[in-house]
Design a protein. Structure first.
Length: 478
């Protein structure tokens, strides 16, 4: 079986969709173009030459402000912080000028007060971090832990301290992967959805979607609410081991949460049964408590899934609409769907690898898969390519099969990075043949910098997934 290498010289092969393939033996090529830009010449500092200098005591100023708050000298307002549903009270001697400087809400409260004390009502979690919040107003800096982010964000929002609000939002977006015993991303998602912080909500959703396998195994999974569960189940970009893994996680979730009929029905109908091998489907149908209970709700989907497994995609497409989520794969990490690829020195490496995937997820094609997977390295003898020092990955089918005429194969490259010491999925790129189609492939990776967060022990960690797209058959039918 011959290996089809991508175009020599790095320019070829673009845009032609991977067509028909038998054992979908794929060759993957990566090109890098190292652009060397000469460092801009250092300009002499004009200021220094003419005798100007900056005397900088800003650190000392911050210390003085901190002492002022701690000792309360010259305080003109006392903050009496009362906790909702509790006797807990905190009193802080503060300065009206400092509070007003950061917050129009404080400004209004201070102007309308008629005593030297301002009474504030806060939730317990907010009272606990109120000192920290006020200290930020004096010093302009704050240290935050995972569990303090939401209460501090609530205070920053209530008193309209925008810079702190934005800073905390950014902190949360950057700390999705941090270790916490009970998990924190689901809590952040719920808070963001409630308060309408769309950027934070979407970051949480993306993190959960792209690291779903580890979320499913964590204690956080059973704590997710109905809305988040259904939102996740709709997504095609979930990165997880297999659809069966998702179904089993749904079962665990349902056992714990005892959802209402409507939620449960929507959830079991969102599972992509076509992506679960028929042997497993038989078992689920007879043994899964969830499927036994909601059998009527999914009967049509199971029936379709079994038909999908019984025939070739073309036969199916003649009689059914194949453009539906039941037949749309997600990003599965199991070996049938693709291969991991670690590139050791990505700025120099232009090697190719070969790997085998299943022909397709349908049981009809199951026997046609060669049992052995190949991982072949070796120079492809290709140089150049890749715009502006960026890598390019080309995936081409090595052989073709008439069985799959009309089916196109989407390739997905999943890029992992290290964050807070953990490996997390940072990008998911879809394309048909070359990553150049995406335009922004690894645009901000800066692989020539040793400290690039895209390098894990100076290697680039990729996972390649190959997914048949049956939508094209709908067109072919007409
Ligand atoms: C002054 O010093 C602080 C810390 O020592 C530094 O962060 C800040 O950038 C300096 N400011 C200027 C204008 O150099
Ligand atoms: C606050 O007052 C005390 C004495 O009442 C004094 O020792 C201390 O230096 C003052 N602190 C500040 C920051 O002015
Ligand atoms: C302040 O004065 C207003 C009326 O002038 C009164 O309604 C309000 O209760 C007073 N607040 C406090 C905290 O004494
Ligand atoms: C994120 O997902 C990737 C790919 O599944 C996995 O290798 C990694 O361990 C996950 N990281 C976390 C922190 O969940
Ligand atoms: C598939 O369905 C989606 C919406 O469900 C639609 O936007 C798209 O045009 C359909 N594709 C084909 C090829 O029919």
């Amino acid at each position: 079986m011959g290996l089809a290498h991508g175009g020599g010289g790095g320019g070829g092969g673009r845009g032609t969709p991977a067509r028909i393939c038998a054992e979908v033996l794929l060759t993957v090529l990566v090109f890098f173009c190292v652009t060397v830009t000469s460092a801009a010449a250092l300009k002499p500092d004009a200021g220094l030459e003419s005798g100007w200098a900056t005397i900088n005591h800003s650190m000392a100023l911050v210390q003085r402000m901190e002492a002022l708050l701690a000792q309360g000298n010259g305080s003109d307002v006392g903050l009496r912080v009362q906790t909702v549903n509790s006797d807990e009270v905190k009193v802080i001697q503060a300065h009206a000028l400092v509070l007003s400087l950061h917050s129009e809400v404080f400004d209004e409260l201070l102007q309308s007060r008629n005593s030297s004390t301002l009474v504030l009502e806060e939730l317990g979690e907010c009272t606990a971090v109120f000192d920290k919040f006020i200290r930020y107003l004096y010093c302009g800096e704050i240290s935050v832990s995972l569990d303090q982010a939401v209460p501090l964000h609530k205070l920053a929002s209530k008193y309209r301290v925008r810079a702190l609000q934005q800073g905390l939002s950014l902190y949360m977006r950057q700390h999705m992967a941090s270790d916490s015993p009970a998990g924190h991303v689901v809590g952040w998602y719920q808070y963001a959805a409630q308060t309408g912080d769309l950027a934070l909500r979407d970051s949480c959703l993306q993190y959960l979607s792209w690291n779903l396998s580890s979320v499913l195994q964590s204690g956080e999974w059973t704590a997710i609410g109905d809305d988040l569960l259904l939102t996740l189940l709709q997504r095609s970009d979930l990165v997880l081991h297999s659809e069966l893994e998702l179904f089993e996680a749904l079962e665990a979730w349902a056992a714990q949460n005892r959802p209402g009929e409507l939620t449960a029905e929507s959830a079991v109908r969102a599972v992509r049964y076509g992506m679960i091998p028929p042997q497993q489907l038989f078992r689920l149908q007879k043994q899964s408590p969830l499927l036994l209970r909601y059998h009527e709700s999914v009967r049509d989907l199971l029936f379709l899934a079994f038909q999908f497994h019984a025939a070739s995609p073309q036969q199916l497409a003649k009689y059914f609409d194949v453009n539906c989520s039941l037949f749309t794969p997600r990003n599965y990490l199991s070996p049938a769907w693709g291969a991991p690829w670690v590139i050791n020195s990505p700025t120099r490496d232009d090697r190719s690898i070969s790997f085998q995937t299943q022909l397709g997820p349908s049981g009809h094609d199951a026997g046609k898969r060669p049992a052995r997977a190949d991982g072949v390295g070796g120079g492809a003898g290709v140089s150049g390519g890749g715009a502006a020092g960026r890598p390019r990955i080309i995936v081409t089918p090595a052989t073709s099969s008439a069985d799959f005429a009309g089916v196109s194969f989407q390739k997905t490259v999943i890029v992992a990075v290290r964050q807070q010491g953990k490996v997390v999925v940072r990008h998911v790129y879809n394309f048909h043949q070359s990553t150049e189609e995406t335009g922004d492939f690894l645009a901000d990776a800066d692989l020539q910098r040793r400290a690039s967060e895209y390098l894990i022990d100076s290697s680039l960690y990729l996972q390649i997934v190959v997914k048949p797209i049956y939508h094209t058959l709908v067109i072919a039918k007409k």
